[in-house]
Design a protein around this ligand. Sequence first.
Ligand SMILES: [Zn+2]
Ligand SMILES: [Zn+2]
Length: 218
Amino acid sequence: MIIDLHTHTRLSDGEFTIAEHLRRAETQGYYYVAVTDHVDQSNVEGVIAKVIVGCESFNKHSTTLKALPGIEITHVHPNEIFPIAKFAREKGIKIVAVHGETIAESVFPGTNHAAIMANVDFLAHPGIISEEDVLLAKERNVRLEITCRKGHALSNGRVFSLAKKYGTKMLLNSDTHAANDFYTIDRYKKTALGAGMSEDEFEILVKDIREFVVSKFN
Ligand SMILES: [Zn+2]
Ligand SMILES: [Zn+2]
């Protein structure tokens, strides 16, 4: 059962319309996919409306894949994260992510902390996250992402080792933007092992993600 809670469509910088994006995931054996396009203050309202329509329309006809409408709050000032997250939830968004302090881009310092304080669902590619924030993420039930995306993936080892040390929950996501980004389970596994997980730890993580998503969205 492949579950991915971080993917992009043409609503931001992904390649496909929502319908094609989800159809591709469905034919590749995915069971749950969140569509989490990039938002800031300028486009959040329009993206929310469109992603909800796109996911609901898809879900009417799919018997295997459930699409979850989401957003990824991206490159906004840390002080703006909470109000945007709150607005999105009120409008019916199921998965709220924040584009964390990846070492591949100059994200505002303080973004990781603000995302955790805003109780978002997960913090994407958190880069050189502090130990204090990893502990805080555990306490506030915010998952940390292990990512398959090049560049962002460079800090997976740190994220996994600190999440393991403090018992913070994780997700394993593709951050799909284009045709070849929907993976087989083997590709997710290689990313996990590359981050330092054992085979057992990978299996436990997959089971934990499945339980989290199925219990929340079934
Ligand atoms: Zn992107
Ligand atoms: Zn993303």
